[in-house]
Every structure is written in C-alpha cells, then in structure tokens.
Design a protein around this ligand. Structure first.
Ligand SMILES: [Zn+2]
Length: 345
C-alpha cells in the first residue's frame, strides 16, 4: 500500500490536524517559514503512544489499527538485508550551519538538498532528528539513541534511514580487541582507532557473522572518514576519538534549544562523514510506518548496521533536552488474538 493510499483522503486533514511528526518538513507536513510547530502528542500518560489514536480519531486511526507499524524489534525474519551499494546517497555539507529546532517531542536538524536513490527512485533529504533511546531494537537490544534521516520521493513516498547511536566509553583510544594479523591493503596514514559499533566481540551483528578482517577494514574506513571529516571542518572543534563529529557538532548546541519551539544555528556540518560510515555497511529494510502520529504506513525503513557514537557528556546533554521519545516495538501487534484454549472438561 502506498503512502498516499495509506493516508488517503485524510492526508490534508493529517497535515491540518496533526502537528509536526517524524515526517515534518516533507510535503505531507510542510514546514512553515519562520515557524516551529510544537507537537501535542507525547510519550507517556494520556498523550502517550497507547492513546495517540484518541488524540485525533480521524487522522491517527492507524496508530491503533495499522498492520505495518514502526518501530519494530529488528529480529531475524522481520527485515531483509540490502547492501549499501543499492543506495546512492549524496548530501552536501552545510558549511554555514543550518537550523536546529526543538519540536517538543524531538530535536531536529533542517537538512535540505541531499539525494538518495534506491531502485531508480530519487528521494530528497528533508531533515534528520533524534530518538532517545533507540526506537528500533537491535535484535532485542535498545541503543542509546537513534537518528532518523527523512527522505521524500517524487510522489510523496517517505523513506527513513535509521542509524543507531551508542555512547563512547573512551575505549576507542585503546588498542583494538583483535590485533591486525596483516597489513591492510590500503594503510591509513594514522593508526586506526576502533569505533564502537553494532558488531560484538564475537563478530555478530543483527544475527549475521562478520569476519574479523571485514570488521577491521570497516573500522579503518570509518575512522578514516571521521578523520577526513574533521580535517575538512573549519572553526569547529575536533570531536573526541571514537565519536561521530557530525553528532558532536549538532548536539553541542542542544542545550541552547532546551525549550520547545526554540531553534539555534549549528556550526558547520560535514555530512560526508556519516554518509561514508553508513555506506561501509548494509541496511536492514522493511515496510513500516511513521513512528509518530498519524502513524502513516508505506514508509520504507532502512536501518543501518553501522553505529554512530557520541561521548557521554554529549549524550547527557541530549537526554536532558529530549527526555524520552521512543514508541514501543510494534512487531506482530497486527496479528489476530490467538484462540484461547478451552479448558479440558
Ligand atoms: Zn523519528
């Protein structure tokens, strides 16, 4: 079912009645110039996820009745895996910074101009925002945060790239857990620093075994991308080792938008760092929904198996402003209620 069909004739009403959602900034929920819409839904109590459909019965019905809702626990069988090469992602740098807004339910970076092609369809980047903790579960495990990059296709279809964010514990400055056994084909100019990632010490990520050599090469590519990004930055402080410079730059100003409805201009944003990181892995993809009202379906989810990272103090700053904004996993909520066994006579 297409996104248009999913929201159908109530689409206009969605935009009218429902304030900014995860698709804010798209043609579905246009951003008004000079105006920051503060959301009226929430994540607990009477305005929490279990009551979203009651906040606007006409617009939000899918929040209660949808059969393909998001987020989900990314367990085997819930998604398919596609290589990053199936996507073509280009995002220009924001050398003069861009707007960073507090929408009440998330903090969001306005990021127009990027393109992402998949299956011959070009989407344009609208914004990226953050959830705390992660909305998707990584095979049963929540992550510290999740970043959603929201893309819109030519017919209004929505695709979202979700990327987990972990908190760096400083171990990036230590030696890799597995010492390299051979010289990489392309030796970096500096000693690579491992970046916290989805892969565990056993090489398992999302249920898939990643050979040590592949993990090592990915780690080297990510660190190279991070260092190159830092090198391109102007007037911006270097991010601590093992952290994602883009996130450190954006979230360093989160304290300046602690009040819903406020905004601040970020420092220069080098987008290629994150693009390089997610291009070094794969995507777990499935058809789901917006994770916020009106919970519209037909959203193409692309959850990266590469993990970004922030230092603990940055995470704490983000948490003090964002609080909690993760909808609970929606796996199998659409299944019919199992028949109750009849007690033996
Ligand atoms: Zn989101």
């Amino acid at each position: 079912m297409s996104f248009r069909v999913a929201c159908g004739v109530v689409l206009a009403l969605c935009a009218e009645r429902t304030l900014a959602s995860c698709a804010y900034g798209t043609s579905l929920f246009p951003r008004q110039e000079g105006e920051i819409k503060v959301n009226t839904f929430g994540y607990s109590g009477a305005i929490g996820p279990t009551n979203w459909h009651r906040l606007d019965v006409a617009a939000n019905s899918l929040c209660a009745t949808g059969a393909h809702q998001s987020p989900i626990d990314m367990v085997e069988g819930a998604f398919s895996v596609i290589p990053a090469s199936d996507l073509s992602i280009e995002i220009p740098d924001f050398s003069n910074g861009t707007e960073f807004e507090n929408l009440g339910t998330t903090v969001e970076v306005i990021a127009p101009g990027g393109t992402m092609s998949i299956a011959g369809v070009e989407h344009t980047l609208q914004q990226f925002h953050f959830h705390l903790p992660s909305e998707h579960l990584d095979n049963g495990l929540s992550r510290a945060m999740e970043m959603h990059m929201v893309w819109e296709g030519p017919e209004g279809q929505i695709a979202v790239i979700g990327t987990y964010i972990d908190v760096s514990d400083g171990s990036a400055a230590e030696a890799p857990a597995e010492a390299p056994t051979e010289t990489p084909a392309e030796t970096p100019t500096e000693t690579p620093q491992p970046t916290p990632e989805a892969e565990t010490a056993t090489g398992m990520t999302g249920g898939f075994f990643i050979p040590a050599q592949v993990r090592k090469e990915r780690m080297i590519r990510r660190e190279r991308a991070r260092r190159q990004a830092i090198g391109r930055r102007q007037e911006a402080p270097a991010a601590p080792a093992g952290t994602t410079a883009l996130l450190e730059t954006v979230l360093s100003s989160v304290g300046q938008i602690s009040t819903a409805g406020t905004s601040v201009r970020t420092g220069p944003l080098i987008m290629s760092e994150v693009v390089d990181i997610i291009n070094s892995g794969s995507f777990q993809t499935y058809s789901g929904s917006l994770t916020t009202p009106p919970c519209s379906e037909g959203v193409r989810w692309l959850v990266s198996d590469q993990v970004l990272s922030v230092q603990l103090s940055t995470f704490n700053s983000a948490r003090s402003v964002i609080g909690f904004n993760a909808r609970f996993p929606q796996n199998f909520l659409n299944l019919a209620t199992p028949a109750v066994a009849t007690p033996a006579e």
